[in-house]
Design a protein around this ligand. Sequence first.
Ligand SMILES: Nc1ncnc2c1ncn2[C@@H]1O[C@H](COP(=O)(O)OP(=O)(O)OP(=O)(O)O)[C@@H](O)[C@H]1O
Ligand SMILES: [Mg+2]
Length: 356
Amino acid sequence: MSKLRIENLTKRYGSTLAINGVSLDIRDHEFLVLLGPSGCGKTSTLRCIAGLETPDEGTIFVDEMDVTDLPTRDRDVAMVFQSYALYPHMTIYENLAFPLRTRHMTKDDIASRIKEVGELLRIADLLQRKPKQLSGGEAQRVALGRAIIREPKAFLMDEPLSNLDAILRLYMRAELKKLQKELGTTTIYVTHDQAEALTMAERVAIMNHGALQQVADPKTIYERPSTRFVAGFIGNPPMNLLDCEVVSQDDDHAMLEFSDFKCRLPLHGMDDTKSIDGKKVFGIRPEHIIVSKTQNSGVQGEIYVVEPLGSEVIIDVKVGNSIMKVKSVQFEGSPGEKLWLEFPEKKIHLFDVSAQ
Ligand SMILES: Nc1ncnc2c1ncn2[C@@H]1O[C@H](COP(=O)(O)OP(=O)(O)OP(=O)(O)O)[C@@H](O)[C@H]1O
Ligand SMILES: [Mg+2]
């Protein structure tokens, strides 16, 4: 069993507040992805959990044991970095043996453990090479091997695939997910790549400016983002977000006034209609907008630019002075053409202006 718990973690570097009161529970066997933009505090959080950084406030528990003041080696967690941090002068075998030797394992036990991990990660043929004689993917597997080999309570992985090219990255993403399932080791995986987060995670924890924004499974994060930050960060392209004001409301419709157009919004699909008044942020995902070249009850717009992506197309539509992105499977059109956009009621999100 190995659970991790962080309570009210805070870390400052001089005047920079890198982590701002983060509390998070990571379940036994869980693959949790910590996602957020550059500088939001992901690496700092991992380094605090690993014991490589001292938090200013907060407590870190591994299996209900307070490890906040324990040195790294006594926490029994293994960190995998973006740069593989293999010892260049040692062979792969020696690199793998190193964490075991420091634990005083016998030579025979070390050899059999390396054999096991070598087979698991398909690096058994590479053991006599030096790190510089490996491809990126091989070096990555060795780095994982070094974390796995001593069977830690948890893996802390900081963008471990970011040095790989796009194709190898996709391949390693799937491999790593499968491996984590097989080993069942509780894992926190840091990335700023939302596709990586949504495809790999059991739960995603989204951070911004040192604070947690939402912690949920990928489906919930996509379908019910709790803040406008999450809505605008997830999705490719992310959700369209426009300021609006709810100016009138009857039993089943609300009138939304945008800076230069209006939209009548049916209310029966919304979760909580009572709170719909005043200034709001209207959100709809590009893939949920229905686009039509014939006039309908939707909002009128004009094609600004069309971006074909092979299997689908992104249409930038000018509505008033705003640009809305629409994702469609099949569409042909040219800039300046008029079209009409419909927003299916169940796909509309309204966020509070104050929520970040
Ligand atoms: N050793 C340090 N000294 C001073 N400031 C630091 C230090 N390490 C991190 N910071 C600052 O703390 C904030 C959080 O940094 P952190 O490295 O945790 O971000 P990150 O989310 O991992 O970003 P990235 O995706 O770019 O790796 C940033 O503003 C960064 O500049
Ligand atoms: Mg980082």
